[in-house]
Design a protein around this ligand. Structure first.
Ligand SMILES: [Zn+2]
Length: 298
């Protein structure tokens, strides 16, 4: 199941309490119907849950009964009776004698709750959102420029600023920033999906931080290995000319162990002593050895 479908299924379970919001949600869906005219309304979806939701919205908002029917891969809700269409257009404040204008009747969306419900209807019919594993992206499509503009102003009322672009004959409102997408989904009734996106973002940030730490540790290890290689080279040069006797007795075990285990970290090498010595103790001895070797080479 795509993330969009998951979000829409969550939206389909949103409560239907207030009549004003039920009408607003139906209105949002109708303005994005395949056909929305004074002769016919035709809503297409591929999602059975959305079809059921639309049927319920039409019944509760306009007292219109319309059974979804399968048409190929799509499920359709079709209304053609003048009486049913009349109920709907009356409730939305349209004059049935005139052609439907694709302007949003703001009288139907007086409250903020209604705006969110309207946008839920829009998203169910015309929305997509990228999942938590993808780059943040949410969009609402419409074939009408006027609708895209008016829906932008509705979103602005909810303090969300979408961008608009055109794809062929389609107008697209979209968000690319995660925070806006999470706010949008939360306000239209998909808080779980919003939470999922948020958690994925936190996880990604955490993973990046860990990666940076690992890289940093790797750099430290490389530095340590370089230091060890320099020590070993210096010791070997001195040994070639003077033999082990060059080093004081108390440093000879360190010389032997460093040569035997050139890739050991300080902690590992310190543990090999019998009895083991401390890291600062070993560090001090190695420093002394390096100084003696360097002095000899000058
Ligand atoms: Zn309302």
């Amino acid at each position: 199941m795509s993330f969009s479908t998951q979000v829409k299924n969550e939206l389909c379970r949103a409560a239907m309490h207030r009549p004003c919001c039920i009408r607003a949600e139906a209105y949002g869906a109708l303005l994005h119907a395949t056909i929305f005219s004074h002769r016919e309304i035709r809503l297409n979806t591929e999602n059975a849950e959305i079809a059921r939701r639309l049927q319920l919205l039409l019944r509760r908002a306009f007292s219109v009964d319309c059974a979804p029917r399968q048409a190929g891969s799509k499920i359709q809700l079709v209304l053609e009776h003048a009486e049913q269409l009349g109920h709907i257009f009356d409730a939305l404040g349209y004059d049935l004698k005139n052609h439907v204008t694709y302007h949003i009747n703001r009288n139907v969306l007086e409250e903020d709750c209604c705006i969110a419900a309207f946008l839920r209807g829009v998203f169910l019919m015309a929305g997509t959102v990228a999942g938590p594993d993808k780059k943040s992206h949410l969009e609402l499509k419409t074939a009408r420029h006027s609708l895209a503009g008016e829906e932008t102003s509705l979103l602005l009322d909810l303090h969300l600023s979408p961008k608009m672009t055109r794809r062929g004959s389609t107008y697209v409102l979209y968000f690319k920033d995660g925070a806006s997408i999470e706010d949008f989904l939360t306000s239209i009734g998909a808080p779980r999906a919003a939470m999922e996106l948020m958690e994925a973002k936190v996880e990604k940030t955490l993973r990046n931080t860990i990666n940076r730490q690992v890289n940093c540790e790797t750099a430290n290890m490389v530095k340590a290995a370089d230091a060890s290689a320099r020590q070993v080279a210096a010791i070997q040069r001195v040994l070639r000319t003077h033999g082990e006797a060059f080093f004081p007795e108390r440093l000879r075990e360190t010389v032997r162990l460093r040569l035997a285990y050139p890739t050991d970290s300080l902690a590992e090498l310190a543990a090999r002593f019998d009895p083991p010595i401390s890291k600062p103790g070993l560090s001090h001895r190695l420093k002394k050895i390096t100084e003696l070797s360097a002095a000899e080479e000058e």
